[in-house]
Design a protein around this ligand. Structure first.
Ligand SMILES: Nc1nc(=O)c2c([nH]1)NC[C@@H]1CN(c3ccc(C(=O)N[C@@H](CCC(=O)O)C(=O)O)cc3)C=[N+]21
Length: 303
C-alpha cells in the first residue's frame, strides 16, 4: 500500500515506503480489535511505560506512546523515575506491575542510566507482559520458532517488507547491525520468512561488498548516513532503522537515518524515509503487542 515515487531528477528513483501511513492503518486495526476484545471480556488492555532519568528525546517518545495508547482505546500508565533510582527500587516497581491485573504490557525505556543493569531489569518483566520482547523467554522463543512476543522495531520492519514484497522466500536479506533490540531479532524473523540472511556488524571486514549482494538491506547501526549509493544493488529494498538528531547550519533540528537517503534513492527499488519510515511502525507495533499480551493473559493464546 501507499507507495509514491520520490521526486528526484536522476534517472532511476526508488518507491518511497510510507511507514507513517502504514502505521496509521495498523493503529486503526488495533483500535477496532481492542473494542472487540473489550466487548468479549469487559477488559481494557493497559500499558505501563517506565522512564528512568530525564533524557529529552526519550521523554518525547514516551509522551507519543501514551497519546497513541489512548487513541487505540487502551489505558496508559506512566512511571517517571528520577535518575538516582536504585536497581532495587526499579525491580520493586516491575514486580508490582507484574502483579497488577490492570497492566497487560510493561516497557522499560532503554537505555537506562549508568549503574542500572538493563539485562536484569528486562528479565524481571513477566514474559506474558514483556511487550518489548527483550526478555530471555521471548528472545529464546523467537530463536526456536515458537510463538511469543517479538520486539516492536523488527516487527515493524517485517510488516513493511511483507506489505511491499509479499513472499520473501529465497531472497537474500542483509542486516547491518546486530543488537539484541533490532538486528539480531530481525535476522531471525527474516530467516523464518525463508530469506537467506547475512548479518554484518562492527567486525565485518567489507560490509559494503556484503550489502551489495542484498535484495533486502536493513540498516540498524546508529551511524548516520553509513550506507552510500555504492553499497546498494540496483532495485534492492532498503529499510533504514537509524534515527540521529542533528542540527543544520541554519540552526534547525533534523532527523537523519543510517542511509544517505538522497543518493541511495537513485539506485534502490524501494526505500523507507527518516522520519516517517520505521519509527512510527515501532509505536504501532507496541500497541499491537500490548493487545496481543492482553489476549495471551485473558484468552490464553497469542493472536
Ligand atoms: N525499551 C525500549 N523500547 C523501544 O522501542 C525504544 C526504547 N526502549 N528506547 C528508545 C528507542 C527509540 N524508539 C523510537 C520509537 C519511535 C520513533 C518515532 O516515532 N520516530 C518518528 C519521528 C519522531 C521525532 O520526530 O522525533 C519517525 O521516525 O518518523 C523513534 C524512536 C523506541 N525505542
Amino acid at each position: 500500500m501507499s507507495s509514491t515515487s520520490t521526486s528526484l531528477s536522476s534517472g532511476h528513483s526508488a518507491q518511497l515506503i510510507d511507514g507513517k501511513a502504514f502505521a496509521a492503518t495498523l493503529r486503526n486495526r488495533v483500535r477496532e480489535e481492542v473494542q472487540a476484545f473489550h466487548a468479549r471480556h469487559a477488559v481494557t488492555p493497559g500499558l505501563a511505560v517506565v522512564l528512568v532519568g530525564n533524557d529529552p528525546a526519550s521523554e518525547v517518545y514516551v509522551r507519543n506512546k501514551a497519546i497513541q495508547t489512548h487513541h487505540a482505546g487502551m489505558r496508559s500508565f506512566m512511571h517517571m523515575l528520577p535518575e538516582t533510582t536504585s536497581e532495587e527500587e526499579l525491580l520493586g516497581l516491575v514486580d508490582r506491575l507484574n502483579k497488577d491485573p490492570e497492566i497487560h504490557g510493561i516497557l522499560v525505556q532503554l537505555p537506562l542510566p549508568a549503574g542500572l543493569d538493563a539485562r536484569r531489569v528486562t528479565n524481571a518483566i513477566a514474559p506474558e507482559k514483556d511487550v518489548d520482547g527483550l526478555g530471555e523467554v521471548n528472545a529464546g522463543r523467537l530463536a526456536v520458532n515458537l510463538p511469543g512476543i517479538v520486539p516492536c522495531t523488527p516487527l515493524g520492519c517485517l510488516l513493511l517488507l511483507r506489505d511491499q514484497l509479499g513472499d520473501m522466500t529465497g531472497l537474500h536479506a542483509v542486516v547491518i547491525g546486530c543488537s539484541n533490540l533490532v538486528g539480531k531479532p530481525l535476522a531471525l524473523m527474516l530467516l523464518a520468512e525463508g530469506c537467506t540472511v547475512s548479518i554484518a556488524h562492527i567486525h565485518t571486514r567489507d560490509p559494503a561488498a556484503i550489502a551489495r549482494e542484498a535484495d533486502i538491506l536493513v540498516v540498524a547501526t546508529g551511524c548516520r548516513e553509513l550506507v552510500r549509493k555504492d553499497w546498494v544493488k540496483p532495485g534492492a529494498t532498503v529499510i533504514d532503522v537509524g534515527i540521529t538528531r542533528t542540527t543544520t547550519p541554519d540552526g534547525k533540528s533534523r532527523l537523519v537515518g543510517d542511509v544517505a537517503f538522497d543518493e541511495v534513492a537513485t539506485v534502490a527499488g524501494r526505500i523507507t524515509p527518516v522520519p516517517g519510515g520505521v519509527g512510527p511502525m515501532t509505536i504501532a507495533c507496541l500497541l499491537s503487542n500490548t493487545l496481543a499480551a492482553a489476549r495471551l493473559q485473558i484468552e490464553g493464546k497469542l493472536p
